[in-house]
Design a protein around this ligand. Structure first.
Ligand code: CO8
Length: 374
């Protein structure tokens, strides 16, 4: 089997950011208007009054303080509460492809490669903007890459599933150099009128380059020691958006055509599942948790990550053990663990080890053990 090395990462961060204060002010403006407009029906007990959101709740329950978005004005406008992103012509680069190319260029630079050195492109994300042609094939075209490309969706776990797919392709010899991208406009699938979830997500794109170690130019990358994936069906995180929606027009705009979840249940069920996955994965590789320099966890919830890291490491983790980026970026679905890795990997010394771990809808979770080369 060929040895695989991760030689570059890239991050595209949107220009606009929304603070919790701004988001809550907008949400509460909508609530006030809704309750005023429906005062008689609320008084008569026909509909329930909406409750306001709170900055203190959001920060305590999730750790999120702000999120980047592709369109701030549309999200904050109480008459719209959705990003407004004008449709582009078929001859123009699509939004996701453009974001992906931005992240890709940064990753290529770190890997010391030109785009045409790559022979496979994977887009692995939760929110693909169209059915076909694949966003990855469009990115392949925009970067003039030969070879092949395909999209895959494993919701928030897509990055580790994408890394394992690239790793397997390189190990088996079907590709030498794989670019894996996570392009997320989560704001397009978020119900900004839902108090339980309006604060959760943000937009971003990340990129990772995987190479056969024999051809890698950047010798300071991270060797992929092993990968492991797990899935278990659950309806607790669900989005029923899809091509069959038009066949039932009476339900086409219902809330379940956007992100919905039973957040408490997700927290309770997924946290132990992920801790067990990492613990078993380390043990099966004859590794101890004490040998880990860092864990780059999926960025959904601060308390969830503290629980998982404590369970694996056996002590309360600090920011160096388990860095947080969700305070600034919120939950960016598939990209979260890769943002954390991108921003917090350069201080690693040769031989030091870490785990990249993502988890989310499906349920799905993935663990990637890496060791700094060089
Ligand atoms: N402001 C004030 N109070 C609130 C608010 C609010 N905004 N929202 C809820 N409350 C209240 C509730 O009404 C409740 O009140 P009471 O106790 O009186 O009933 C109280 O606060 C507590 O509510 P919860 O139990 O819901 O709060 P939690 O402490 O569980 O926190 C979280 C909610 C933050 C959502 C938490 O449960 C969580 O983070 N869970 C894990 C979620 C998670 O990791 N999900 C993974 C999703 S990622 C994925 O895979 C999907 C990918 C698809 C991407 C789609 C892009 C859009």
């Amino acid at each position: 089997m060929n040895q695989v090395i991760l030689t570059g990462t890239g991050l595209f961060t949107p220009a606009e950011s929304i603070s919790n204060e701004e988001l809550v002010e907008s949400f509460n403006g909508y609530v006030e208007k809704f309750n005023n407009d429906n005062a008689a029906a609320i008084e008569a007990g026909e509909i329930e009054a909406l409750a306001p959101s709170s900055v203190a709740f959001i920060e305590k329950a999730s750790g999120i303080k702000s999120r980047y978005v592709m369109d701030k004005a549309g999200v904050l406008d109480t008459d719209i509460m959705c990003p407004r992103i004008p449709e582009r012509g078929n001859d123009e680069p699509s939004l996701l492809a453009e974001m992906g190319v931005n992240a890709a260029k940064q990753a290529l630079k770190e890997a010391q490669l030109e785009a045409n050195d790559i022979d496979a492109v994977l887009v692995a994300c939760a929110n693909l903007q169209r059915a076909y042609p694949a966003i990855s094939i469009e990115i392949q075209d925009l970067l003039s890459i030969d070879g092949f490309a395909f999209d895959m969706n494993v919701a928030c776990s897509s990055a580790t599933f994408g890394i394992q797919t690239g790793y397997d392709m390189i190990r088996s010899g079907s590709a030498k150099r794989v670019m894996m991208l996570n392009t997320e406009v989560c704001s397009g699938h978020l119900n900004f009128r839902d108090r339980d979830s309006h604060f959760i997500f943000g937009d971003v794109a990340t990129a990772v380059i995987l190479e056969d170690a024999e051809v890698a130019k950047n010798k300071q990358g991270f060797e992929i020691v092993d990968t492991r994936l797990v899935t278990k069906f659950s309806n607790n995180i669900r989005n029923n958006f899809g091509f069959l929606n038009r066949t039932a027009p009476e339900n086409r705009d219902d809330d379940d055509k956007l992100f919905i979840q039973e957040g408490r249940k997700v927290f309770r069920e997924v946290s132990p599942m992920v801790a067990q996955l990492i613990t078993d994965h380390l043990a099966d590789n004859n590794l101890q948790a004490s040998g880990l320099r860092r864990m780059w966890l999926h960025q959904a919830n601060r308390n969830m990550n503290d629980f998982i890291a404590k369970k694996v490491l056996g002590y309360d983790p600090n920011e160096d053990d388990q860095p947080t980026v969700l305070d600034e970026y919120a939950n960016t679905s598939s990209a979260g663990s890769i943002i954390a890795f991108h921003k917090h990997k350069d201080d690693f010394k040769a031989g030091e080890m870490g785990v990249i771990c993502s988890f989310g809808a499906g349920y799905s979770a993935g663990s990637v053990i890496v060791r700094r080369a060089g």
